[in-house]
Each structure stands twice: as structure tokens, then as C-alpha cells.
Write a protein that binds this ligand. Structure first.
Ligand code: SF4
Ligand code: SF4
Length: 453
């Protein structure tokens, strides 16, 4: 047969047919593998993760700061080791396994490593992204059930009301004492249950009693609502005294930190969007957070979720706001001749970075002797970590208990409810009667004793 097109169509077919394209792609891929192109083996979703891990220059400066490395002296339990493991997994060189997951899950996400890293490796984003792509490793059944139940209680108001009634019943019967004999986790949980507070109905608006300085939204936090109503009430009174109308939108929800760090970015994004809607009021000057863990999450929303910039820019920690406002004016405080052990959680030190404001606020109480816990890295609470890893959490907490034994303070102040519950449980176990409260509670007591909202 004679070809009148001078074989043009055949040559096009030979170059652009699906078989020809597939053949060329295969050759290209082999070449890329041979030249060890950095993203070889990484899927599209893994490439940004791999690029982030490549920022680590393996200098090791983070190792002395890492609580899990300090206890285990195992490189796989260090920031550098965990980054290398994720790098291996993301590049396709290392298969996901229970031991890989175990090393990653043992991380507290305290972010001490991030704050000293000269290469500014986004460590927590690497861990969150890894968990969102690869999930969390297998967990002990007891911890898994506890976590599912805790999340349901924290996020669903109906369930939390029921749980509060159940806790009251368990306290009044011998049920708590019986459960607490079962295991380390059971002991930890029963001390939490004994701190569970009855559901409180609050107004949504508290006008400033006298001079008006502005209007703030109060982010109460799901755990704070269940375990720390004293801080919420003290904060409403203090903010009013400082001249702020206080608004508590009832639609506000959990900050989403637990879900995000468990790899459920979608759920965390839904909670973030609910909070954006709840606090979307132009009149609000500030969105005040009480627990530093929630404050850190709200401040970092824009790194994960779109359209959260306004909420993040208005977010301020209560100690920081109180310190700034009080600096401008004279406020009489009753003296307190007691020893105070002041705790700065990792979320305050490594994310919000406003520990100085907290210290200055507490130090302004006349007569108080302030001892800090600056030499302690992480108390071990770390959100759900204290439930999922009770042994490591308890080993880390021992450093604080040792200092408490040595200094014998009357108060231990911490601005994060998770840390407060964990430390309180430890003190109870060693029979030390120290009042563990939020710094704002003590400060407000010294400012206005006996007032109610
Ligand atoms: S300090 Fe930063 S760059 Fe150095 S090993 Fe640690 S994470 Fe990597
Ligand atoms: S976040 Fe904390 S526990 Fe995790 S690797 Fe960094 S320093 Fe260690």
C-alpha cells in the first residue's frame, strides 16, 4: 500500500500512542530512581512532607531539649530520629510498621525541639501531616476506649451533661475507689473523674460593671467547661473589673487540637470553622483564651485552615491581656505570704511565648515567694498523651513532684487545664495537699476577695 502522507501519521502514532507514552514514562521513572531524585518513591501527598523533613540538617541541637530522648537516650525517641523515620517513610524507603508508629506516637508534641532548631524545621506540622497521612499506630484497647469516650464528652454537650451526673454518682458511691485499684490508667482516670464538675449554665453576656474599655469574647474550652469552672468565673469577674464587656458565644466549640494532633485534620477544620462563626462579631476587640493549649491552637489556625486569620489575630492569652491592661493602672492587691510554684506549660513557652507576662502578673502579688519550674521540660500531660502513655507521662511528672516535695508550696499555678489535672493527680498519689489552680484564679482572689458574678 502506498502512503500519500509520507508516513506522517505513523510517525505521530509511534510517538504519541498510549503505549509509547507509557513506555517513555517507565524509562523516565527508572532514570529518576537511578539518579535518586529526592522525591522518588514519594506519592503526591507525601512530597510536601518529604520536603519539610529535608530541612533538618541533623545537627542534633534539639536532642538535649527533648523529654523523651532525655529519658530513653534512644535516637529514635529524639526529634532528629523521628524526622529521619518520617523522611524514610515519605521517600518510600521505609515501610509503615508498628515500631515506626510507636516512636512517632511517643512524641509529646511539646515543641521544645522547634524552639531551639537553627533550621526552623516545622516539627509539629511534620508530625501532624504524618499522622494525617499514615494515621496513628495501634493503641492499647483501654486507652483507645478512654480516648473515644473523652472526645465524645468534650465535644458533645449532651454527653458531657450525662457524664457530669455519672461522675457525681461515681463519687458518692464506692465505684471510683474500686475502679482505681485496677491499673495505672484507671488510677489516673479516677482522679480526673473526681475533678469533674457539674454542668454550669451561664449567661452569654456580662457587661463591664463600671468604666468600659472594650468588649472581649471568652473562649472557655471544652475541658475547662468540665473541669475548671472556677477559672472561667474568675476570668469573667477580672475582665469586668478591667473594663471589658465579656461575651460567651454558646456556639463555640472545642479548639480541635486533640483531633489535629491525632491526624484528623478534617474534624479539626470543622471545629475551627465553628469557632470562626461563633466569634465572628466586629465589636470584639479580643478573643481571650484561658488554657494555653487552646490559645496556642487558635493562634495557629491559619497554618492549617483557611479564613481563620481574623480569629487568630484577635486571640490573646488571659494572663497577657491582664498584664498589659494592669500595667497602665494602679490596682490594689491583698498581700499573700505564701510560696507559689509557677508552672509554664510547653504551649506557653514554645508557642505563645508569653511566659514572662504570666510571671510578671503573679509576681505582682505582694509578699508571695515565687518558685518557677523552668528546669522541668514537659510535665507529661500533653493533651491525650497522659491517657495514651501513662508510664512516660508519669515519669515526666515525677520531676515536678520532686520539686514540690522540696519547696513545699501552698499553691501550684498552671495556666493549662490538661497540665493542672495531670499534676493534681500526681500530687494526690503522693498525698501532698497543694492547691493547683490557674494563675488568674489566685490573682483575682487577691484583687477581689469574696465577690461573685
Ligand atoms: S535542631 Fe533542627 S536541624 Fe538540628 S537535628 Fe534537630 S530538627 Fe534537625
Ligand atoms: S516535640 Fe517534644 S517530645 Fe516530640 S521530639 Fe520534639 S522535644 Fe521531643
Amino acid at each position: 500500500m502506498v502512503c500519500h502522507a509520507n508516513n506522517v501519521c505513523c510517525s505521530y502514532y509511534n510517538r504519541f500512542s498510549p503505549i509509547a507514552i507509557a513506555g517513555r514514562l517507565k524509562n523516565d521513572m527508572q532514570l529518576l530512581k537511578l539518579t535518586r531524585w529526592p522525591f522518588a518513591g514519594a506519592t503526591l501527598k507525601q512530597k510536601p512532607l518529604l520536603a519539610a523533613t529535608d530541612l533538618c540538617v541533623k545537627c542534633g541541637l534539639c536532642l538535649p531539649e527533648c523529654p523523651t530522648y532525655q529519658i530513653t537516650l534512644n535516637e529514635n525517641e529524639s526529634p532528629r530520629g523521628r524526622i529521619s523515620l518520617i523522611q524514610g517513610w515519605a521517600s518510600g524507603d521505609l515501610k509503615a510498621s508498628s515500631s515506626l508508629h510507636r516512636h512517632i506516637d511517643n512524641c509529646l508534641l511539646c515543641r521544645s525541639c522547634e524552639s531551639v532548631c537553627p533550621a526552623q524545621v516545622p516539627y509539629s506540622k511534620i508530625i501532624d501531616e504524618f499522622r494525617s497521612l499514615a494515621g496513628k499506630g495501634p493503641q492499647r484497647a483501654a486507652a483507645k476506649v478512654t480516648m473515644l469516650a473523652s472526645r465524645a464528652v468534650l465535644v458533645n454537650k449532651g454527653i458531657s451533661r450525662f457524664a457530669s451526673r455519672f461522675a457525681a454518682f461515681a463519687r458518692s458511691s464506692r465505684l471510683l475507689a474500686a475502679i482505681s485499684q485496677k491499673s495505672h490508667l484507671a488510677r489516673q482516670l479516677t482522679t480526673f473523674l473526681s475533678d469533674f464538675q457539674p454542668h454550669t449554665r451561664r449567661k452569654t453576656f456580662y457587661p463591664a460593671p463600671s468604666t468600659k474599655k472594650g468588649c472581649v469574647g471568652l473562649f472557655t474550652g471544652c475541658t475547662g467547661e468540665l473541669f475548671d469552672t472556677e477559672t472561667i468565673e474568675a476570668s469573667i469577674r477580672l475582665l469586668g473589673r478591667l473594663g471589658f464587656d465579656v461575651w460567651l458565644p454558646p456556639e463555640q466549640s472545642c479548639c480541635g487540637a486533640l483531633d489535629l494532633h491525632a491526624g484528623d485534620t478534617k474534624k479539626a477544620g470543622m471545629l475551627a470553622a465553628a469557632n470562626v462563626r461563633a466569634f465572628d462579631r466586629p465589636r470584639l476587640d479580643w478573643i481571650v483564651t484561658l488554657a494555653t493549649g487552646c490559645g496556642a491552637m487558635l493562634k495557629e489556625y491559619p497554618a492549617y485552615f483557611p479564613q481563620t486569620e481574623q480569629l487568630a489575630s484577635k486571640t490573646v492569652d488571659i494572663c497577657q491581656l491582664a498584664r498589659e491592661v494592669i500595667e497602665d493602672r494602679q490596682m490594689a492587691l491583698q498581700p499573700l505570704n505564701k510560696t507559689i510554684l509557677l508552672h509554664a506549660p510547653c504551649s506557653l513557652n514554645n508557642v505563645l511565648k508569653t511566659a514572662d507576662a504570666q510571671k510578671a502578673l503573679v509576681s505582682s502579688i505582694p509578699g508571695a515567694t515565687i518558685e518557677t519550674l523552668d528546669q522541668v521540660r514537659c510535665c507529661g500531660a500533653a493533651g491525650s498523651y497522659m491517657i495514651e502513655h501513662p508510664e512516660m507521662a508519669s515519669a515526666l511528672r515525677d520531676n515536678i513532684l520532686k520539686i514540690a516535695r522540696a519547696t513545699r508550696p501552698e499553691y501550684l499555678l498552671t495556666p493549662n487545664i490538661g497540665c493542672a489535672l495531670h499534676i493534681k493527680a500526681g500530687l494526690k498519689q503522693i498525698d501532698m495537699a497543694i492547691e493547683v489552680i490557674h494563675p488568674i484564679v489566685l490573682f483575682e482572689r487577691q484583687l477581689t476577695s469574696g465577690r461573685t458574678i
